[in-house]
Ligand binder design. Structure first.
Ligand code: SAH
Length: 250
């Protein structure tokens, strides 16, 4: 009688939490989004009902009300329902809305945090979102709403924040994001990294700057990192350091 809102991490099944794996193994029903790796669903018992509620391009997708209704229905009928969401369920995943709808229907809810792509995607590129002496914080925003409209976020403040900016859902809006940040006063040569399909076999990393972002073709899902840390690759650096310690770097 509990619906578990479970974070599935950024893509690689190895990045599931121990709690997520334990719940999947005992699930009666798994309600999942489109980007979930099949290996994750394979963890569920063979008799578990698997329900895809993700948006498939070109096909009708269930509304949030439909999804809430499915969760309430399965929550009433089954002992263990797993609502699997990419990354962390409370980072732009509408997990908050689903939890509220389930509580309103009298069901118990557990939140199982997941590894969010907001930090996992930069990490896959060797980019620490905070770095002593370089960036003392990071802000995670969505570019789902057109940055040009300025209704949802204060892009001027973001442009002048001086810390790392992590932008989700921005793959189709790279040009508008770049223009909006430049209009807010951010320098053209501010480093930018775009990490697509992080931690999967399709992972792709593009490094550019704010003016280069305007022309970049970004494939979804992508996390865009803007700020001084986006020029870092501490993984490459540590390799060099290791060589340096061995005395092989001149
Ligand atoms: N709850 C999720 C975010 C949902 S919004 C989380 O915490 O990660 C979906 C957005 O997340 C995508 O548009 C993209 O910006 C980002 N994203 C999800 N998976 C990603 C991945 N494997 N690589 C890069 N970005 C990813």
């Amino acid at each position: 009688m509990t619906v578990h809102l479970v974070g599935a991490g950024p893509g690689d099944p190895e990045l599931l939490t121990v709690r997520a794996v334990g719940l999947l193994r005992q699930a009666d029903a798994v309600v999942y989004d489109r980007l979930v790796d099949p290996a994750v669903l394979d963890l569920a018992p063979p008799w578990a009902e698997l329900i895809c509620v993700g948006k498939t391009p070109g096909a009708p997708s269930p509304s949030q009300d439909d999804i809430n209704a499915i969760l309430v229905d399965r929550g009433r009928r089954f002992g263990c329902v797993v609502r699997l969401k990419g990354g962390d369920p409370f980072v732009f995943g509408r997990g908050g809305e689903e939890a509220a709808a389930l509580r309103a229907a009298g069901l118990d809810v557990e939140i199982v945090p997941g590894v969010t792509s907001a930090v996992a995607a930069p990490a896959a590129a060797g980019i620490p979102v905070t770095l002593r002496g370089v960036s003392s914080g990071f802000t995670v925003v969505t570019a789902h709403q057109d940055p040009a409209s300025g209704r949802w976020l204060d892009w001027d403040a973001l442009a002048q924040g001086g810390t790392t900016l992590v932008i989700l859902m921005g793959a189709a809006r790279a040009e508008q994001i770049a223009d909006r940040l430049r209009a807010g006063g951010m320098a053209d040569d501010t480093p930018v990294a775009v990490i697509s399909a992080a931690t999967t076999s399709e992972q792709r990393i593009d490094r550019t700057d704010l003016s280069g972002l305007r022309r970049l073709r970004v494939s979804s899902p992508a996390t865009i990192v803007v700020g001084a840390v986006a020029a870092e690759d501490v993984l490459a650096a540590s390799e060099l350091n290791a060589l340096a310690t061995q005395g092989t770097v001149p």
